[in-house]
Design a protein around this ligand. Structure first.
Ligand SMILES: [Zn+2]
Length: 233
């Protein structure tokens, strides 16, 4: 049972859509949940843009969605489609991990055709590496994350094979409400039918898991996480 959980998404809405049912379930069991949006995803629909009203709308939606899930939200405010994949950003993630001290972390699977999603994967996995190394001297002491789970995202399908299923039947309605905080789901704002895809997928994964609704994950190599724990001691 994770006492602290941090879920990193490249764009506001990624995490809620792909892992919201599980985040709500972990919250009900007493975990503290933080959702970190690396960008607002302000270019995610044709009338969006860096400075337009859509960015502000997305921020408000992110706050409402997190509050439905019982989560705290952080927005890193990198630029949508330009999420950097460099050591400076990895150290920013390291600092956040050392501050929030999560046992369980969620982030994108590496097999993505979206450049921001691939960058988010690298930032979080290398951020975990930096965070665990006491020799990487920052304001806070080393912290080793115990587990990283990669949710199932329609933009991250390359070599994604579910390794872990979580029953979300009890939090399904709460998850829908969290998704519907976003016009992307509620009003089918973008070209992709997000709500249809993720609700159908939850039923498919539920069929495979023998429950009503489930969300599926890949899991970071246990050996890698164990080594990080040895570093941090
Ligand atoms: Zn995204």
């Amino acid at each position: 049972m994770a006492s602290r959980v941090v879920a990193f998404g490249a764009h506001a809405f990624d995490v809620e859509a792909t892992a919201g049912g599980v985040l709500a379930k972990l919250r009900r069991r007493g975990s503290e949940i933080t959702i970190v949006h690396m960008t607002l995803g302000e270019r995610g629909y044709r009338a969006g843009g860096r400075t337009g009203a859509y960015a502000g709308q997305k921020k408000g939606e992110a706050e409402r969605s997190a509050s439905v899930l019982g989560a705290t939200v952080r927005v890193l405010e990198y630029e949508d489609t330009h999420l950097p994949d460099d050591d400076e950003a990895k150290l920013a993630v390291c600092d956040l991990l050392r501050e929030l001290r999560p046992d369980l972390v969620f982030t994108h699977w590496q097999g993505s055709w979206h450049k921001d999603h691939r960058a988010a994967h690298a930032l979080v996995m290398d951020g975990c590496f930096f965070a665990a190394l006491p020799g990487v001297q920052r304001a806070r002491p080393a912290w080793a994350v115990s587990e990283v789970w990669f949710p199932e995202n329609w933009e991250d399908p390359v070599d994604f094979r579910p390794q872990h299923y979580e029953d979300i039947s009890d939090t399904y309605e709460q998850w829908l409400e969290a998704m519907d905080a976003y016009a992307l789901a509620r009003e089918n704002l973008a070209a992709f039918p997000y709500r249809d895809f993720y609700t159908s997928l939850a039923r498919v994964r539920g069929c495979q898991a023998g429950v009503r609704y489930a969300q599926a994950f890949m899991v970071a190599e246990p050996l890698r996480m164990r080594i990080y724990n040895q570093f941090a001691k």
